[in-house]
Design a protein around this ligand. Structure first.
Ligand SMILES: C[S@@+](CC[C@H](N)C(=O)[O-])C[C@H]1O[C@@H](n2cnc3c(N)ncnc32)[C@H](O)[C@@H]1O
Length: 411
């Protein structure tokens, strides 16, 4: 009983992937977006019952594609992060009762192997300061658990995929990381005391149970999750789409690679810091490691997005009383140039009359407000979209000027 309580306390304090568990199991497997975003997407999809093919060029953990499929539409989505493509493919897949039973059995065999310690554990992943993430007992458990999943299941099998998703949940649950604030921190000593008493096999068994309960709810519609760059959607997907619902990266220096690094290292999607920086550089709005140093020398191309509003914001940021002003102005310029490339290349995959919904927040840099929604609207009008509107959805956190919008347009 006490152990259950401690686990519940730990669960409540940590892990954004658990904090925002939605009712629908698969939305809660692993999420980048909070529950209200899932709700907005659901509402938009429900409000567009006539839409047949729904496209999300920035898949993340697959909210749009999954909701589209649950409501009987065809959901198509792309992402530039291979881990997220893998995860969203797993979330949107259909599972048979036989596969669920086989995964449950595989889980028992895995935990048996871990208990007996009768396999060679995998090496700890090369995560910087790994001892801040996991205490020695948890790290040891995860190394055996990962090895046992590989031993018991076949490559690319459903059992392996579902157990690895549960493994992802467990590795965060067993970590010292706390996701109580916008950025991640590490737990204090008291919380770590609770963590050291945890029954780790039970944590994993519960995560498998949670994942399997989601897997048994099959969406009625179909989804396709494809690795692709949203700056050239036509290369990855075939149109026409009659509805686009997406949440692109914000111009706020959040790095998805940084956020996802524990999963990506453990699952082998990342093998070193350099690759992490390269992936972040390839993503829109990424600024981690090498991506930041590259920004210092980055130059806008001749076809860049030309806007008086953007030029004013860039000038203010570059001349702010801060040594990083020029790099940050480059960051913001690159973000909008990338989004401009995205919008320009989106039209070939749209049906005439297609409706767009971009859920995005504005940003501030050294006190200068960057009105992302207004700049998107400017781009869309410039490309010939009609009925362009910026609908405020909600205020974000403590800074009163930070607001999230639904930028709407019709092709
Ligand atoms: C705000 S998140 C999407 C969140 C998503 N709505 C969800 O449910 O998790 C933005 C996503 O855009 C992806 N991304 C960034 N640059 C990209 C690009 N050039 N092409 C495709 N996806 C990209 C990131 O990897 C990230 O997953």
């Amino acid at each position: 009983m006490a152990a259950t309580l401690e686990r519940e306390q730990l669960r409540q304090r940590s892990d954004y992937t658990h904090k925002f568990n939605a009712k629908t199991g698969r939305h809660g497997w692993l999420r980048l977006t909070p529950a209200y975003s899932v709700k907005i997407v659901e509402e938009l999809i429900v409000g567009h019952a006539q839409a047949k093919r729904i496209f999300d060029p920035f898949c993340g953990t697959g909210t749009t594609a999954l909701s589209a499929a649950y409501h009987g539409h065809e959901g198509v989505t792309t992402d530039i992060n291979p881990f997220l493509v893998w995860l969203a493919q797993a979330k949107t897949a259909h599972y048979t009762p036989k596969q669920i039973v086989a995964t449950r059995k595989a889980c028992n065999s895995v935990l048996d192997l871990v208990r007996r310690r009768s396999i060679e554990p995998v090496l700890a992943p090369p995560i910087h300061n790994i001892d801040r993430w996991w205490n020695p007992q948890s790290l040891d458990f995860l190394r055996f658990l990962r090895a046992a999943i590989l031993e018991v299941t076949k490559e690319r099998s459903v059992e392996r995929t579902l157990l690895l998703i549960a493994f992802c949940r467990s590795l965060i649950e067993l970590s010292n990381a706390a996701f109580n604030h916008q950025s991640m921190s590490f737990k204090d000593d008291r919380e770590l005391g609770i963590a050291s008493k945890i029954d780790r096999a039970c944590v994993f068994a519960e995560d498998v149970k949670f994942v399997l309960s989601g897997a048994s709810e099959n969406p009625v519609g179909e989804s396709q999750v494809i690795f692709g760059d949203s700056r050239n959607p036509a290369k990855a997907v075939e149109g026409p789409f009659d509805l686009v619902i997406t949440s692109p990266p914000y111009a706020n220096r959040m790095s998805y690679i940084r956020e996802l690094r524990p999963y990506m290292y453990w699952l082998g999607f990342l093998i070193n810091g350099r690759d992490a920086g390269e992936l972040d550089w390839a993503a829109i709005g990424g600024t981690w490691g090498i991506a930041t140093s590259r920004l210092a020398d980055w130059k806008r191309s001749s076809g860049h997005f030309k806007s008086i509003h953007l030029a004013g914001a860039l000038d203010e940021i570059a001349h702010a009383d801060n040594k990083n002003g020029v790099v940050l102005a480059n960051y913001v310029a690159k973000y909008f140039d990338d989004m401009w490339a995205h919008f320009q290349c989106l039209t070939p995959v749209l049906a005439r009359g297609a409706e767009l919904h971009y859920i995005v927040g504005n940003s501030t840099f050294y006190g200068s407000l960057v009105s992302t929604e207004r700049l998107y609207a400017e781009m869309l009008k410039g490309l010939g979209f009609s009925k362009v509107e910026c609908r405020a959805i909600r205020k974000r956190n403590s800074k009163k000027e930070l607001v999230e919008f639904d930028v709407v347009a019709r092709w």
